[in-house]
Design a protein around this ligand. Sequence first.
Ligand code: MN
Length: 263
Amino acid sequence: MTTTVPRFEELVAPSHWRTVDFISDLHLQASEPATVGAFQRYLATTEADALFILGDLFEVWVGDDALAEPGSFEAQGCAHLQSAARRLPVYFMHGNRDFLAGTGFLAQCGITGLSDPTVLVFDGQRYVLSHGDLLCLDDVDYQRFRVQARSAEWQAQFLAQPLATRRAQARGIRQESEARKQSGVTYADVDGPATITWLQAADAHTLIHGHTHRPADHALAPGLRRVVLSDWDAAALPPRVETLRLSRAGLERIALAPMYERS
Ligand code: MN
């Protein structure tokens, strides 16, 4: 597949931001209470001046009308985001699982939507932020689905179905993807040359992304790098609960799991 260079939105960090946190791929779901709890504690305690969520915060999002269901998992998650957003600015980028989170979700949580990709200008440095799925070029079937699922027509059709039907469909898709995972299939990774093309087009030096669940720092070319966020699983041994923190000193991975251990 050829690389198409997307349009880069730009966000200039206000000068009073000393630290910015990046997280992604928490895949929050009611059946994973340890990770949900870790996220709540993180939101309540982070000392960052801004939080950027780079996709797949939720395992699935079937429509903003789920927020109106009393006591729904979505409504609870939104309440936690809302209380965090009173303390610090929270930015939300779609992932491939929660791409249907819409303006109703953003408004109810009091958080700000972020285009994929966005260039964050922090302390004079330019960082490209993306979920990462768009750069997994070898996943041809997924790229085809992505084009379809991001169209207004597909979304209107999906959202026109009753909420219960959408929830059932999401469960079906999840079971299929679990089965695929169990079968030991190897997932496509972010494409190196395409990343370099993006960075050059954005006049940036670092791509920060999630999606692949392969946390690492990759040197791509002199001065160009790709930093991959960890997914979260607070019930794993060892637990994966991590934020990537940007300050004037640079990027630092901070393992949050130890401080969240309960006696
Ligand atoms: Mn993803």
